[in-house]
Design a protein around this ligand. Structure first.
Ligand SMILES: C[S@@+](CC[C@H](N)C(=O)[O-])C[C@H]1O[C@@H](n2cnc3c(N)ncnc32)[C@H](O)[C@@H]1O
Ligand code: SF4
Length: 307
């Protein structure tokens, strides 16, 4: 809490679009990683905040918004890195303050999840941490290494399975155009390996989980921005982006035909809004992509894209 009794934020803050109406609570600041494309940790030194202060922010929110808060998102870039006992403590505290709380959520790097034991993840889930947002970015290890993700496909698989096992909902993002323009083989491998990653994590029940594609933006200050300025990186044009997405969708093939994977590519960074359930809506999604490829005037104009 700030000295004036208001809720503390270390700005700018980033949260998933689906947490737009959630109470945002600053648990960590910055991120322990530094991926080439991401601006989450620019100008922020990483820290886990003092838990006493986080609790004071929750108290302030209770005074400000009353008891009816239903969703909380713990900021910042990878709040899942917070030691398990602290994360459990604030989650329990939030549940005591807000009796109608349906879920707490965090951003998580796959390695943050892998480092937690199954018992810790189960305890987190029981305390009320019910959704984790992982940035897969790709299933292609060469590309993951290139952008300094510090995780490989096998880490993403392991982390996802641990979340499912603990009954924490998975919401994962991948990035269209991550390898840049004029690398057709890299783009194809990115699409196919990403589809293979998603196929491999598909649970064998009908729970809901989420996969979303964003399209690469090149924010000032990031490593990829510097590469672009030096002529080492060129952004992928919209037609190549859509073809890459098409290859991804074509290669989705779940063994579990009752899977309920909500697929979205309707973020502000995307050229074409797409929504569906994989893999039952595969044909519908491919038709939308084909329409976008043949009706370029329907694509979101470059200047309207954002993060
Ligand atoms: C704030 S990050 C948090 C994710 C989490 N820390 C992790 O790495 O697993 C949220 C996601 O936004 C997406 N993102 C970040 N920068 C982006 C960019 N420049 N262009 C497109 N998507 C981006 C990535 O998918 C990233 O994982
Ligand atoms: S993508 Fe995630 S792990 Fe990478 S720098 Fe951004 S917040 Fe950190």
């Amino acid at each position: 809490m700030s000295d004036n009794g208001s809720i503390y934020y270390c700005r700018p803050v980033f949260r998933p679009p689906s947490e737009a109406h959630s109470l945002l609570i600053q648990l960590t600041e910055g991120c322990t990683f530094k991926c080439d494309f991401c601006m989450s940790n620019l100008r922020k030194e990483f820290k886990v905040r003092d838990i006493k202060k986080v609790k004071q922010d929750l108290d302030a929110a209770r005074t400000q918004y009353g008891p009816s808060v239903s969703r909380i998102f713990f900021l910042d870039g990878n709040a899942m890195v917070t030691p398990a006992e602290k994360l459990i403590e604030v989650t329990k505290y939030a549940n005591d303050l807000f009796p109608n709380l349906e879920r707490c959520g965090v951003y998580a790097h796959s390695k943050d999840i892998i480092k937690k034991t199954d018992e810790q993840l189960r305890a987190l889930s029981e305390a009320g941490l019910k959704i984790a947002y992982i940035g897969f970015e790709s299933g292609y290890n060469k590309l993951l290494q290139q952008v300094h993700k510090h995780a490989v496909k096998e880490d993403h698989i392991k982390a996802s399975k641990k979340l499912f096992e603990a009954d924490i909902t998975l919401s994962a993002t991948l990035i269209n155009g991550l390898g840049g323009a004029n690398h057709p083989e890299l783009s194809r491998k990115h699409a196919i390996e990403s589809a293979d990653l998603v196929n491999k994590i598909c649970p064998d029940d009908d729970r809901t989980w989420y996969i979303a594609f964003l399209s690469l933006m090149v924010p000032p200050g990031t490593e990829i921005f510097k590469q672009k300025q030096q002529g080492e990186f060129k952004e992928m044009p919209s037609d190549q982006i859509l073809k890459e997405l098409k290859t991804f969708i074509e290669h989705i093939n779940f063994q579990n035909k009752n899977a309920h994977c909500v697929f979205r590519s309707n973020h502000a960074s995307n050229y074409l809004p797409i929504k569906g359930v994989l893999e039952q809506d595969k044909k519908k999604i491919l038709d939308v992509i084909e329409y976008g490829l043949t009706h370029r005037e329907t694509l979101r104009p470059e200047g309207y894209r954002g993060l």
